[in-house]
Structures are given as structure tokens and as C-alpha cells.
Design a protein around this ligand. Structure first.
Ligand SMILES: *Cc1c(COP(=O)(O)O)cnc(C)c1O
Length: 354
């Protein structure tokens, strides 16, 4: 704290990202990155973009990328907003579409950046408890609100809300924006993007960080009807005209064009997840049903924090949240089969049932 700080800064509680340790040879299963490399075509496009043209500003509208995303999802470029990671997109969403008189609603156990944006932009919110089985019940959101936001599949649980329930939520909230954060949808969910044509109150947010292995490039987008997109453009153009640099635009466009590579790596992650779930259950863990590239697990006889520490001593890092209801859980990113095998063998050793 310093006398130079503004009152706004004094009141902030920033988000704490999972750690990015500098140590080599770690099995890093704590931040839901993809274990597979980015598409070789994306890397090639990024290399090709590192020329003299970097002296020029990028396209402020990233039109080429909007077209590529639109083409992939069967929507128009005017229905797409792009940003420097979906976190930035979400930040603009909170200011542009969720800041109203009434509090917005999101689950009590969810992406912990949502309350942070509420703090930054002074958006009132109420949390809605997950059901006892840690699922999101859309019926619990039937109350007056200034908007609704949740990840689908949810984070850190991995649980998926069926598209039919999302549609019910859109119908029962015609006067507020429903934001579906689909950071993990490619690992087992069905995107709500096709619903935007029919629901003016739907905004879908996605990222290239997880399923397209480009967390380091920082690209995310929102899809919705043109007036929702225009609200986001107004905020963006009052904040930073060029959130996506030339390398990001080139790499992201090529990633969307390489559909085969994307589908192949998603399938590999899903197959590894299914195998890992069975092995974790065999070790006595309870595993919540996951449609994501991570699993959320608890052991009936082992304290999660101690297990995380014991794994860490063996060079494996997973995520533990010291939060009510979930302090006995660990969130574990699905790695390659080799990384999953290292995890399982370390756990077998820690649990002492070799
Ligand atoms: C990872 C994640 C994001 C943010 O992704 P970016 O890297 O900022 O694009 C957004 N929402 C959820 C739920 C996430 O897990």
C-alpha cells in the first residue's frame, strides 16, 4: 500500500494464476495447458509474420481472424469479437454487458476471475451454490438478475450443463445477458454458438489457450448478435486499439485452418482423460464427471493439500484451492499418457498401496 495508490487500487483483490515454475523436468498439471504442441501450421505462420511488417501496427479489427473463426463456427465476422486472451474478452464483457442495477449471478464454485472483474468494475454479484453433486442446476438461476455467467464445462469441477438446459436459461432470462465461458468445450461439450442466431441475450466466450495449445499467444473471442459485439468493440476501442498483435493474428488464423491437427489433439486428450479417470478410481479417488482437459478428484482418506505437497516433492504439480466445499479436491490437468502414468505411479507410492 502506498499513498500514491488510487482508492480503486487499494480496494482490489487480484486473481492469482496457477504458478509457472521455472524448473525443468516438472510434470506440470496445474494450469490446464494442452500437453501437445501448437499446430505446426500455426507456428509456421507466426514465424512467417516475424518480418519487417512488425514496424507497422496490426489490423485494429483483426478482420482476418474474425473471418477464420466465423468460418469455423458458421457465423459472420460481425458476430465475433476478439481479444488478448479470453480473460481480456471477459473483462470487457463485465463492463459492457454485465454492469447493471441488479446483481449478476454465477456459481459459488467457478472461475475465480469472475469476482475479481466484479471488484474491478464494481459489478454487484450473488453466487448460486452448486448442487450437492457439484453440478450447475439452471433452475437455481430463476431469480431477478443483471446477467448470468458460468463456464461450461464448469471450472474447476469439469461438469457439463447440457445444451438443452442452457437454452432453457436463455428462454427464462430474456432481459439479461447469459455468458457461457466455453474455455473447455472442445474436450467433450457441445458449443452454444449455434444458438446465437436465435437468442439475442446469448454471448459465448472461447479461448485458443486450452484446446488449441496456444496459451502463450493470448487469443480469445466472443460470439453473439451484432449489438452485443458492438458493445464490446466500444469498450475495446476505449481501452486498447490493438489488443492482438501481428503474430497472434497470423498464428490464430492458421490454427483455425488446421482443423485436422486440432481434432486429433483433442481426441488424444480425451482418450488420456478416460484412461486417467479409471486409474484414479482404482486408486480410491472419487472423480467428478469431466468434459474438460482436467479432472477434479478427492480421496476419502487423504488430505488434498498433503497429497499435492507429496506430488510436488516428486516433481509433479497439480492445483489445490483452499476454498469452502472444495478444499479436499485436487484439480489435475490431463497430460500426455506418459505424464498421466508418472502421476498415477507417484500417487500409488504416496498412498502406500504398491
Ligand atoms: C483458462 C480459462 C480462461 C482464460 O483463458 P485465456 O488464456 O485468458 O484465454 C477463461 N475461462 C476459464 C474458465 C478458463 O479456465
Amino acid at each position: 500500500m502506498s499513498r500514491f495508490w488510487s482508492d480503486v487500487v487499494k480496494g482490489l483483490t487480484p486473481y492469482v494464476p496457477g504458478e509457472q515454475p521455472k524448473l525443468a523436468n516438472l510434470v506440470k498439471l496445474n494450469t490446464n495447458e494442452n500437453p501437445y504442441d501448437p499446430s505446426p501450421r500455426a507456428l509456421e505462420a507466426i514465424r512467417a509474420a516475424t518480418g519487417e511488417s512488425l514496424k507497422l501496427y496490426p489490423d485494429p479489427n483483426a478482420e482476418q481472424l474474425k473471418i477464420a473463426i466465423g468460418k469455423y463456427h458458421g457465423i459472420e465476422a460481425r458476430n465475433v469479437f476478439v481479444g488478448n486472451g479470453s480473460d481480456e474478452v471477459l473483462a470487457h464483457v463485465f463492463l459492457a454487458l454485465l454492469k447493471h442495477q441488479r446483481p449478476i449471478l454465477f456459481p459459488d464454485i467457478s472461475y475465480s476471475f469472475y469476482p475479481v472483474y466484479c471488484g474491478l468494475y464494481q459489478v454487484a454479484f450473488e453466487t448460486v451454490p452448486l448442487a450437492a453433486d457439484f453440478s450447475i442446476r439452471v433452475a437455481d438461476y430463476a431469480k431477478p438478475n443483471g446477467g448470468i455467467v458460468f463456464p461450461n464445462p464448469n471450472a474447476p469441477t469439469g461438469c457439463l450443463v447440457p445444451l438443452a438446459d442452457i437454452e432453457g436459461l436463455l428462454r427464462s432470462n430474456p432481459d439479461s445477458v447469459v455468458v457461457i465461458d466455453e474455455a473447455y468445450v472442445d474436450f467433450g461439450g457441445e458449443s452454444a454458438i449455434p444458438l446465437i442466431a436465435r437468442y439475442p441475450n446469448l454471448l459465448v466466450v472461447q479461448t485458443l489457450s486450452k484446446s488449441r495449445s496456444l496459451a502463450g499467444l493470448r487469443v480469445g473471442f466472443a460470439a453473439g448478435q451484432a449489438d452485443l459485439i458492438e458493445a464490446l468493440e466500444r469498450v475495446k476501442n476505449s481501452f486498447n486499439s490493438y489488443p492482438l498483435d501481428r503474430l497472434a493474428i497470423a498464428g490464430a488464423v492458421a490454427a483455425y485452418e488446421d482443423r485436422d491437427y486440432f481434432e486429433q489433439t483433442c481426441r488424444a486428450v480425451i482418450a488420456s482423460r478416460e484412461k486417467l479417470v479409471a486409474e484414479m478410481q482404482a486408486l480410491g479417488f472419487e472423480v467428478l464427471p469431466s468434459a474438460a482437459n482436467f479432472i477434479f478428484v478427492r480421496h476419502p482418506r487423504r488430505a488434498a493439500q498433503e497429497t499435492a505437497l507429496a506430488l510436488r516433492q516428486r516433481g509433479i504439480i497439480v492445483r489445490h484451492f483452499k476454498a469452502p466445499r472444495i478444499e479436499q479436491f485436487l484439480r489435475i490437468t490431463v497430460g500426455t499418457d506418459a505424464q498421466c502414468a508418472a502421476l498415477v505411479s507417484a500417487l500409488r507410492e504416496i498412498l502406500g498401496n504398491r
